[in-house]
Write a protein that binds this ligand. Sequence first.
Ligand code: NDP
Ligand code: KPL
Length: 314
Amino acid sequence: MRIAVYGTGAVGGYYGGRLAQAGHDVTFIARGENLRALQTNGLRIDSTLGDFHLNPVKAVSDPAEIGGVDVVIPGVKTWQLPPILPGMAKLVGPETIIVTVQNGVDSHLVIGEALGHEHVIAGITRLFSTLVEPGHIVHGGGAAQFLIGELDGSLTPRVQRFYETLKATHGITAELTTDIQTELWAKLVMITSFGGVGSVTRAPIGVLLSVPQTRALLEGSIREIAAVAASQGHPLAADVLEKSLAFFKGQPYLGTSSLQRDVMAGKRSELDSLIGTVVRLAHEKNVPAPVNETIYAALLPTELKARGELEFTI
Ligand SMILES: NC(=O)C1=CN([C@@H]2O[C@H](COP(=O)(O)OP(=O)(O)OC[C@H]3O[C@@H](n4cnc5c(N)ncnc54)[C@H](OP(=O)(O)O)[C@@H]3O)[C@@H](O)[C@H]2O)C=CC1
Ligand SMILES: CC(C)(CO)C(=O)C(=O)O
């Protein structure tokens, strides 16, 4: 299968690396030091599911050098998606599928509006991965899940084919769903509560669960987002709270989310596409969301600073 990974960071690099390791024709699109490292030393992945080093790898800066592929995996953060859409168009032929991996509930819409909804399959990834230095990814924790589904729920040959490809790939736990929209909301519940409470407290998940006050914040956030999901026509299972808490309990004591790691590093984060989306939709539908509103407000000053829209030093 011809695959292009647009944005070779923690997630795109991990899944693209595994697919390349399995023998697929994968080209990585990267920039800066990361591109230079990939072109010079290849892609190194240290993973609890087995370390590997791909050298050489196909890595370019300009998607026009690749042309149309079977599958595009955009590996960038949500706020980095709009600038890459013109480049992504160069990878898309009549049969190309674009499979999202982003947290949040609207990356598939952003891409679909620009490049055609018919090309987009939504995906959800669950893994703990970090680009620790250019060309070098560390995957910790357990399985690296990749759940995919057509947006209308149909089991088309193309979604089944990509599912079978993922399933046959070592280091990827593939899942196929007929209700990806609800799954996106279930993931939003989990990542936004975990990421939001972790970001304001600067504490890992083991601590958040063990301190009654922060556990109450987690639970309050989960309940609010579940109510927002229902208001959007995606009611979640009645046990969403229990399931989210069970997922958190299964994580290492020091586990953090990608949102929290970005906030703590002073980098621009996915605050707007995660907590911001919850707050905006709650307002629109008059759903009470005091926990998420407070977390959003508390994180906004440092987020604006990271975006260069506000300057302060203390
Ligand atoms: N990390 C994780 O464990 C998980 C992350 N996710 C989600 O996956 C998505 C990706 O996150 P993650 O992999 O952590 O992010 P990373 O920051 O590690 O990776 C994004 C990569 O895309 C590159 N990039 C951005 N814009 C461009 C561009 N115009 N041209 C070329 N390369 C570009 C970045 O380069 P540069 O550094 O130069 O900007 C970076 O290398 C997010 O939506 C996140 O929420 C989901 C589950 C787990
Ligand atoms: C759920 C979690 C924490 C791991 O997949 C995640 O999505 C993230 O870190 O962005």
